[in-house]
Design a binder for this molecule. Structure first.
Ligand code: KIV
Length: 310
């Protein structure tokens, strides 16, 4: 069956859609918040069916979907295509779209225009931007324009080169204090949440306990309000080097390679397609079809024979 006739249905949610007040309530009640990335319609339907709370259209799409080496290479247009597909597959989780590098740093005006574009064109409800410093000012401007903002501190892949590579952050008292100050600035700017990536567990827990917003960790221990993992990493679709903080819950890449390999073998040996994969035709219609093509073939062969050579 071709994908053109297959019906894809988003599972009907028997729970209410996630909202910012509900998220805040979860934090206050100490209910762990589950966030995962998604980049297309199938990954979004998986996130929906698995009943996660938050879905991030992460710019990690650059690495895990588009094959770029770094996240700073992904464009706004690419993020929008991916975000639109995710929107079609989601009903319940709150959808957050990553602002790609270059779409918010230069000015408040650029940040607001880019955030509103992401919201309007993808259907995401919130945006995420990386780093402290000037990003806190941009976050304030976006929040003032009515768009909820999630911050992202610690290892911020868009600026990994400037950070000295993909390594844990906040590992000295001085660096951890700076992390805390950046978090306070993002909170003061009105962010509803902050992601902490690759930060020592004790530092993330201490900062999270002093903040009055939802904190999400990735490689930041268990002291945050919730956790996020990259969809392709947790499913084992990604191959090659994996960050220390990734827990792989499946080996989907190996499954996919094995399945495509079995398909290839069956095509080559003639085992596929079998009669059960073919469409039937009424015997009389088939006989008539054969009679007509044989007669027509004969007639056209004769016509060709008689055609004078030029
Ligand atoms: O882009 C991404 O996937 C992220 C998460 C790792 C938080 O920013």
């Amino acid at each position: 069956m071709s994908s053109g006739v297959r019906s894809h249905t988003v599972p009907q949610a028997d729970r209410v859609a996630m909202t910012l007040p509900r998220l805040e309530e979860m934090r206050r009640n100490g209910e762990p918040i589950v966030m995962v990335t998604a980049y297309d319609y199938p990954s979004a339907t998986v996130a929906e069916a698995a009943r996660v709370d938050l879905v991030l259209v992460g710019d990690s799409a650059a690495n895990v979907v588009l094959g770029y080496e770094r996240t700073d290479l992904v464009s706004m247009e690419e993020m929008i295509v991916l975000g639109k597909a995710v929107r079609r597959g989601l009903k319940t989780p709150l959808m957050i779209a990553d602002m790609p590098m270059g779409s918010y740093e230069a000015s408040d005006e650029l940040a607001v225009v880019s955030a509103q574009r992401l919201i309007k064109e993808t259907g995401a409800q919130c945006v995420k931007l990386e780093a402290g410093g000037v990003s806190a000012r941009r976050a304030r401007a976006i929040v003032a324009a009515g768009v909820p903002v999630m911050g992202h501190l610690g290892l911020t892949p868009q600026t990994a080169t400037a950070l000295g590579g993909y390594k844990a952050q906040g590992k000295s008292a001085k660096a951890a204090v700076k992390l805390y100050e950046d978090a306070l600035a993002l909170q003061d700017a009105g962010c509803f949440s902050i992601v902490f990536e690759a930060v020592p567990a004790e530092i993330a827990a201490t900062i999270a306990a002093r903040l009055d917003l939802v904190t999400i960790g990735i490689g930041a221990g268990s002291g945050t309000s919730g956790q996020v993992l990259v969809f392709h990493d947790l499913l084992g679709i990604t191959t090659g080097h994996m960050a220390k903080f990734v827990k792989q819950y499946a080996d989907v890449h190996a499954e996919m390679v094995a399945a495509v390999g079995r398909y290839a073998t069956e095509v080559r040996t003639g085992a596929f397609p079998g009669p059960e994969h073919a469409y039937a035709i009424d015997a009389e219609e088939l006989a008539e079809f054969r009679r007509q093509v044989d007669v027509d073939a004969l007639a056209s062969a004769k016509a060709w024979e008689w055609e004078p050579l030029s």
